[in-house]
Design a protein around this ligand. Structure first.
Ligand code: ATP
Ligand code: MG
Length: 180
């Protein structure tokens, strides 16, 4: 399933409304240190429902909202939208384009939307369940995770491959079944 576009506003270093469009094939994001490349992958994880701000390299939820610079005032909210091509109906909704949006205010209040309609985080989890691009998938691998994978023991690495192959849920279901 193709990601078509991402819009960010007030997310980390992206104070202004920023639109990234992704063509077919591989997209590489390049730039100097500190220019915001990792902030883009953080935005992907966040909009997909990441709940632990430390996984986004922050300490508290406010850390993902543009904090201001000498010349610019801080933003009151952060918002990220991710657009998916759903023409093959891999996501179980009638739309041929699906956009998920997350917004957070300094108060900590968080909102989720599917195609601009308010929803629960759970609805986003359900929409992406079994697609391999959900919150817990291997779709986004951070720098420190690469080190962890390389340094892991064979048994730990096996779990990573099982998760990537989408068989961990069958394993947990099997264990559930054996317990009964
Ligand atoms: P590297 O090549 O070193 O990995 P990078 O391009 O991945 O760099 P990022 O880590 O994405 O860079 O961006 C870091 C920048 O984002 C820093 O300059 C930091 O000040 C800025 N930043 C992070 N959070 C915020 C925020 N809440 N408000 C404003 N700027 C922020
Ligand atoms: Mg980086």
């Amino acid at each position: 399933m193709q990601v078509l576009k991402m819009e960010l506003q007030g997310f980390k270093s992206f104070a202004d409304r920023t639109t990234l469009t992704f063509a077919h094939g591989i997209t590489a994001i390049v730039g100097p240190n500190g220019s915001g490349k990792s902030n883009i992958s953080d935005a992907v994880r966040w909009v997909m429902g990441e709940q632990n701000v430390r996984h986004l390299r922050g300490q508290k939820s406010e850390d993902i909202i543009f904090a201001g610079t000498e010349k610019r005032r801080p933003q009151g909210a952060a918002e990220v939208s991710l657009y998916f091509d759903n023409s093959q109906h891999e996501l179980d909704v009638d739309f041929t384009e699906v956009v998920i949006t997350r917004r957070i205010f300094r108060s900590g209040e968080s909102e989720f939307f599917i195609n601009k309609r308010p929803c629960r985080l759970k609805d986003i989890h359900l929409l992406f369940a079994d697609t391999g691009i959900g919150q817990d998938s291997m779709a986004v691998i951070s720098q420190n995770r690469v080190d962890a994978i390389l340094n892991s023991k064979p048994e730990e690495r096996r779990l990573i491959f099982e998760e990537a192959a989408g068989i961990s849920r069958y394993k947990s279901r099997k264990q559930e079944g054996l317990r009964k």
